[in-house]
Design a binder for this molecule. Structure first.
Ligand SMILES: Nc1ncnc2c1ncn2[C@@H]1O[C@H](COP(=O)(O)OP(=O)(O)OP(=O)(O)O)[C@@H](O)[C@H]1O
Ligand SMILES: [Mg+2]
Length: 406
């Protein structure tokens, strides 16, 4: 369950578009949510709605189109698209205004106004690019400052042998602080356990890769850690020398988990870690994630395409449809009061082991064109009750409030 209210990850107006011009795919379009420390956040939606793209954007596999991602309060992703768009639009708007203005003084004033706006947007754009590139460096500075703040007063008071010991500790921690990287503290378990493991690498090499990249050279330390991880995920030491094709799907998924956990991450993005597996193995992998979560206080972004998988595992759930977040609420609230028609449709698809219920169960089909009229009144994500957000326009919002107050 949720430990506290500290926000670990904040996703703000995330957009990830592919292609350009006429052929642009808005894989993720203005998605915002946050994940608190210790929480499991479920992200659900049908195939192609942008769940994986959201995860991959957060771990910086893409340069996002626009929006921001903050991890531990530091901006790790910053899209520049919005600023560029603002500049283009302002130029167009002001050109029309300037052409229409009659006297020279007015034209001059408008031009100056435009220049000031463009300069401000360019500045924001520069800061965004800088932040995206330097988030690891900023984090290292922050960590080093924290170590200094902890040790310097202690060192001042200490003397003799105690001081020497403290000095050594201080140096060691400072060295570590300067080497830690913020971005490796988010790890992803990829959707496809076959494609995400290099077939030419042994399991040992796959699991240890992150450590090696981070600069660990001591083979003994690496082996020890790899064995520890293998045991943790329910595999055995002897598996370390084998290649991925020698494993079953469930075992491969466990290798993916071990590869993520070895980096000692704070946040794990588990992208449909169980959908390729059969039901009994699904339960095993979910139990494993649950255990790890309790053991290491992990925070998890759990991606799935059907609600039944995330129901018991997630504290809060976000429902995505065609690149947009259409509903976001706590797990219990979402199941008790689903408000968006797409969420209702997803819920109606869940079979229950109850013949009476199954006889009566009606599958609700979601047809956005028939459900909403967004031609004039545009939708946005609105909070309809504390912590419960629904994508709706003003008319729908009023309707929902009426329903809830009944
Ligand atoms: N690298 C890419 N280039 C172009 N289009 C892409 C790329 N990656 C994803 N897309 C498109 O973005 C949309 C969202 O894809 P995404 O993989 O995020 O969906 P998903 O919700 O994870 O689906 P699934 O449940 O099938 O895994 C799809 O229409 C897809 O075709
Ligand atoms: Mg996916």
């Amino acid at each position: 369950m949720q430990n506290n209210e500290e926000v670990l990850l904040k996703v703000e107006h995330l957009c990830q578009y592919f292609g350009s011009g006429q052929f642009v795919t808005k894989a993720v379009d203005d998605v915002s949510f946050d994940i608190k420390k210790g929480e499991v956040f479920g992200l659900v939606g049908e195939s192609g709605c942008g769940k994986t793209t959201t995860g991959r954007s957060i771990i910086r596999l893409y340069d996002i189109t626009s929006g921001n991602v903050y991890f531990k309060g530091i901006r790790t992703c910053a899209g520049t698209g919005a600023y560029r768009k603002n500049i283009l639009e302002a130029k167009k708007e002001y050109k029309a205004k300037i052409d229409a203005a009659s006297d020279a003084a007015e034209k001059d004033r408008l031009k100056k106004e435009l220049d000031a706006y463009v300069a401000e947007q360019k500045k924001e754009l520069k800061v965004a690019s800088y932040d995206q590139k330097n988030c690891d460096k900023d984090y290292q500075l922050q960590q080093a400052a924290a170590v200094k703040a902890k040790y310097l007063p202690l060192l001042e008071k200490a003397s003799g042998a105690e001081k020497a010991q403290l000095q050594a500790q201080y140096k060691d921690e400072l060295r570590k602080a300067k080497k830690t990287r913020l971005t490796t503290q988010i790890q992803m378990i990829f959707q496809d356990p076959i494609a995400s493991l290099d077939p030419r690498m042994t399991v040992r090499e796959i699991i240890a890769e992150g450590l090696v990249i981070q600069g660990e050279r001591n083979q003994e330390v690496i082996d020890k850690k790899v064995y520890e991880m293998l045991e943790l995920v329910g595999l055995v030491r002897e598996h370390a020398g084998r290649y991925p094709h020698e494993f079953s799907g469930g075992q491969r998924q466990r290798i993916g988990v071990a590869r993520a956990i070895i980096m000692n991450p704070d946040l794990i993005i588990a992208d449909e870690p169980v959908s390729a597996l059969d039901v009994s193995i699904q339960a095993q992998v979910i139990n494993l994630l649950n255990e790890l979560r309790e053991k290491f206080g992990l925070t998890i972004l759990f991606i799935a395409h059907d609600l039944s998988v995330v129901k018991y595992f997630s504290d809060r759930i976000g429902v995505m449809y065609f690149g947009k977040m259409v509903e976001l609420a706590s797990s219990d609230e979402l199941f008790a009061h689903p408000l968006h028609p797409y969420t209702r449709s997803l819920l109606s698809a869940i079979p229950l082991p109850d013949p009476e219920y199954e006889k009566k169960r009606k599958r609700i089909v979601y047809n956005p064109l028939a459900e909403h009229d967004y031609s004039v009144d545009k939708p946005s994500l609105r909070e309809v009750s504390p912590g419960h957000f629904v994508q709706c326009n003003e008319a729908e919002y009023q309707e929902i409030l009426k329903q809830l107050n009944k």
